[in-house]
Every structure is written in C-alpha cells, then in structure tokens.
Write a protein that binds this ligand. Sequence first.
Ligand code: ATP
Ligand code: MG
Length: 330
Amino acid sequence: MSLKALFNEHPERRYIMYGGKGGLGKTTFSAATAFWLASQGKKVMVFSVDPQASLSDIFQKDIFGKGPVKIMDNLWAQEIDADQHIKTYQDEIRRKILDMYGFDKVPDEVEHYIKAASAEPAMEESAIFDAVVDIVVEGSYDYYIYDLVPLGHALYYLSMAKVYDEWINKITALREEMREYEEMVSRLKRQKETEQDQILQELQYIRGRINASSRILTDKQKTAFFFVIIPEEMILLDTQKAAGMFAKFDVPISGYVVNRVVPRELLDRSIPPYLRNRIGMQDRYLAQIKETFGSQVVSHVPELERDVTGLAMIERLSGLMFGDDGEKKP
Ligand SMILES: Nc1ncnc2c1ncn2[C@@H]1O[C@H](COP(=O)(O)OP(=O)(O)OP(=O)(O)O)[C@@H](O)[C@H]1O
Ligand SMILES: [Mg+2]
C-alpha cells in the first residue's frame, strides 16, 4: 500500500511518528507529512522535543520554546523547551511549599533537594514527557506528528510504561521526603499533620494524564509509526534490530519509507562513474529492502539536489513522498 492510500484509508490514525537513525530524514518527513495533510484540509500539529531545534531549521522560523506557531493554513509547529518546563516545574514546587507551610522563603535544604532532583536526566525526560502530554491531550488537532529524536532516545519515549514508572518514582520520592519534612515542621509548630495532601492529589492527576497519553501513543488504532531508512547496508541491519525492540514495546509499525533514492533517470545521461556505482549499490540494497520489508515499504523518496528547507522544498518533497508527482510521470 502507498503512503497516500494508507493515510486515506486510516483517518483514525491521528498520531504520526517517523523513527530512525540520526540524519536519515525524520524531521524532513514529519514536515512533509504535516504539509501534505494540511493541504488536504486537516488541522495539523507537528512537534519536536529535540533541543537541536530541527523544525526551526526546516520551516526557517524560530519556533523553539514559543508554543504552537502557525506555519500556514491548517499547520502549526511546536518545539518543546525542556529547560523552560523544568524551571516551571521547580517554581510550582516552591510555590506549593510556600503555600503549604506559610513560609516566605523556601528553606535551604528544600531548595537543595529541588535543585538536585532537577539535575537528574530523568527529570528532563519527565519534563519533556509532560510537555508532550500537554500537546496530545489538548486534542483540537486532526493530526499530531511527533518529530522524534534518533532511535535510541525515541525508544525511551516510546516505552511509555518506563517513563511512567520514572515519573511516579520521582514524585513518590519527593512526596516521601516532603512527608518527613512535614512531620518535622508539624512538630516544630505543634500542629497536626496537614490534612490536605496536595501532592498526593497531584500525583493522581498526573497518573491520569500519563495513562491517557500512553494509551494514545501505543494505540494500534490511532498511531502510525514509520521507520525511515536509506538503501545502505548498516542502516538495514540497524533498522531490523530496532524493529525488534519496538515490537517488544508493542509499538505498532505502519511501514517503512525509503529516503535518498538516487533518481534512476540519471542513468540515461552522462554521469560520473561514482554516481553510476552508487546507483548500482542502491539497487542491491533496494532489492534487499524489498525482500525484507516487502509490502510494508510505503514510499520511495528521491534524493533532491539540496537540503530540504523552506515551504517550497517541503511541498516538493511531500508531492514526491505522497505520490502526487509519481502519478503524473509517464
Ligand atoms: N530526500 C532528500 N534529499 C535531499 N536532502 C535530504 C533528503 N532527505 C533529507 N535531506 C536532508 O538531510 C538532512 C537530514 O535530514 P533530517 O534533519 O530530516 O534528518 P533527521 O532524521 O531528522 O535527523 P536527526 O536524527 O538529526 O533529527 C537535512 O539537511 C535534510 O534537508
Ligand atoms: Mg530530526
């Protein structure tokens, strides 16, 4: 089935992801898909958690940490600033502590704890994850396109169960530490334990949100996950390994998109031997791709003469990717 047919026949698959090794074309395909869907009249959000700010590059617009930015009719893009989220999260904790105990300054040992907890990598992952939850549970777009980081990290985000555990552990740990602190303060103030357990309430709220979003992201009905590959030996080996891991996390794979296929028309012209050799090499791996992934290959995208940046290039690539140009060819 072609990519176009797949989208047309499965409008219920509203959460779209392109995964693959670094630099193969995930961001390019995310943007091209967003463009194509938006031109079909769908309301689309394409978003990224990559601090490398790759959507800013491709749309030629600084969108990092700015919330949803309108790119064109029906199309919005967003790049999550994890640090900004961590700061907001820290401020919330500080405010809660001040509110709960009526202090006018956060005690040093608590401040120290907040800083230490924020420095852990799990905190960044959590902040990013929380921001993703914010985007997907908001729910007003027809499509959410998640421009993923390279595979290793993507696996992490996709294994929602694991992220979920880390989140809960982190907050439970904080909760326990708070409880000790609370007891100490109660003793000092000769008060009974605070009745309202705000933190526990928040924990339940977060749990609800995470459950909702992890259901969405691993939902075989609503999610379409595509692997980006190129016709090269190492990429094929790595992709097969990765596909196995994804299967373990129950991530539904919708198909494989082959990028950077050198246009065969070039063979009719006088081209340098190295290019001819490259086409020959690609032919071998394309055959292998066909053999390995068969009907799961949903599109072949040619190598263009330059980087894909700006809406005009994105439009061109989306035409090639979704077969609009292919149909016009003799
Ligand atoms: N078919 C193509 N023709 C020409 N250039 C391409 C093509 N596909 C991708 N590129 C270029 O290759 C580079 C890498 O692509 P892209 O940023 O989409 O990869 P990525 O998988 O998102 O990388 P990362 O893992 O770093 O996020 C970009 O400069 C992009 O413009
Ligand atoms: Mg990218």
